[in-house]
Structure formats: C-alpha cells, structure tokens
Design a protein around this ligand. Structure first.
Ligand code: ZN
Length: 287
C-alpha cells in the first residue's frame, strides 16, 4: 500500500494512493500515527480495503499533499552515510554511525514551500531515504531489524549550514527550522519494498541535477542502523530514521551553492515517487 495524508496543516486526514487516485480512508483509521503503526494498522487497513465492502471516497486533486505520517516522537538522521558525500564534506568515514536529531516540527508536505529561516544564509538540500518504524525497537539485533519497519518514503533533510556548523553546539540547530523536513509524497509499506539496495536518489535545483546517487553507496545498511540506534534509544512506531544523503549537496560544490528564494527543488527515489518544493524567503510568509 501507498499511505498518504491530505488536507491543511493541523487538519490532515489519512488516505491511500490507488493508481492515479487518492482515496480518503479517514472513516476507517484516525491517522497514520504511533497507535496505527503499533497496532497492526497496516494489515488491518489492507484487509479493510480488500474486503470490497467499503468504498472510500476520492480525494480531490486540489487537496494538499500532506506528510504521509503523523508527527512522530522523533526523527533521527544519519550523517555521512554515503562514501562520496563524506569525501565532498572533507570528512573521514565515521567508524560508527553519526546520528543526530531533527525537530519533528520541521515536517512539511512533498509540495509545500521550503522557507528560508530568518538569519539563514546557507540553506542546503539533502535527498534521503526515510525509514518509518512499525514496531517498538529497543536493543534489537540487526537480524530482526527489518521486522520493525513499517515502510519507506522520501525525506529532504534541509540544512542551514551556517546554523549547523558556524554557531556552535549540535547539528540539530541547523536541521530543525520549520519546513526543513519535506516528506512524501506517500509512504510505501515495507511489504511492497522487497529490497532497499540499489535505489536511485536524484535531486535537481531549477532543473540542474545536483544529486544522483544509489543506496548501494551507503556506508551502514538499514538493518545495522536500526539495530545501532535502538541501543541508545527506544524507537517507537511511527518514528523516522533518515538514512543519509549521497554526494552533491550545495556545501560540497566549488564554489558552494545554497538555496535562494525562487529556486525550485525536485527530487525522487525509485519506487517512492517525487517531490517538488519552491523556496521562499521568510519575509514572503506570514508566520
Ligand atoms: Zn542528512
């Protein structure tokens, strides 16, 4: 199944993507949240749809594409997890996964604008494969890790490099501004993703390709990452592990190239659809 959500921020409802249509399943489930993922909601919804007795209404094409999961308890990102990206940042490959947090309030939809933060000057892109947890994971083994995955979607780990690297403290400061985590456009359930090896990740800015990588280039694989993170914290159903970005970020270019108002960022991962965000200055948005 392809899970999606629709509607305005704060009033999103759950849906599914069926061919070229989106169907409203809010009569069957409250939301794609911790309770849904943690209580077998994916199999339940799949059976509800397959029974044929229910006829979920179509979602209007103009309805906003919201993030495909409700705001989770945490978003954990993995840094320097693609070999060439480590090289472009001038970093050595980390001996253990380099993990950091991203505020969950940064979430937005796959076609929402990215808003440059007040005082930001080096806002950058990072297309990533995001893993959504389906079962509580605490100190789990690598062999068991994939049983704890609900599904996969695209996340753009938008990063304000000046906040991240020049203002002291931890990465979370440059990773967490509002709109810095576009998700979507849908969440593909794990049963429909036989392998996450060899998925291609692409990102362009104003039509010019910037990132063109493959998940085969990951330093630490997904089962290892989930097992590893679960030794330091409990991952809850609905939590997100974002698995790092391939090379081609703006900070790695010579000279560096960062986002400006009016830029259009488009990105995709094979099997997971594509996203498109226009970049806006904070002064263009009433907040
Ligand atoms: Zn990242």
């Amino acid at each position: 199944m392809k899970l999606c959500r629709f509607g305005e921020p704060g009033r999103e409802k759950p849906g599914i993507v069926a061919g070229h249509e989106r169907l409203d399943v809010s009569s069957a489930v409250a939301d794609f949240n911790e309770e849904f993922f943690g209580s077998g909601g994916i199999s339940w919804l799949s059976e509800w749809l397959a029974s044929g007795a229910n006829n979920p209404p179509r979602i209007g094409p103009s309805s906003r594409v919201a993030p495909p999961l409700a705001r989770p308890s945490k978003i954990i990102c993995v840094g320097l997890n693609y070999r060439e990206h480590a090289v472009e940042t001038g970093s050595l490959l980390p001996p253990e996964p380099m993990i950091f947090g991203k505020a969950t309030t940064a979430m937005c939809g796959a076609f929402d604008p990215i808003i440059l933060p007040r005082g930001g000057e080096k806002t950058d892109w990072e297309v990533e494969l995001a893993v959504v947890i389906g079962r509580r994971a605490s100190c789990i083994s690598e062999a068991d890790a994939l049983e704890h995955v609900a599904g996969y979607c695209i996340m753009n780990d938008i990063s304000e490099r000046a906040f991240q690297k020049e203002r002291g403290g931890q990465f979370i400061k440059g990773k967490s501004c509002d709109t810095f985590a576009p998700f979507g456009p849908f969440l593909l359930t794990a049963d429909e993703m036989p392998s996450t090896d060899g998925l291609s990740l692409m990102l362009s800015v104003n039509g010019s390709t910037m990132q063109n990588g493959s998940t085969s280039d990951m330093v630490f694989g997904i089962p290892f990452l989930i097992s590893y993170i679960s030794r330091f914290m409990t991952l809850l159903p609905g939590d997100v592990v974002s698995t790092g970005t391939p090379s081609g970020v703006g900070a790695g270019l010579r000279p560096p190239r960062f986002l400006a108002a009016g830029d259009v960022v488009e990105y995709s991962i094979s099997g997971l659809g594509s996203c498109r965000n226009e970049v806006m200055a904070h002064s263009q948005v009433a907040r």
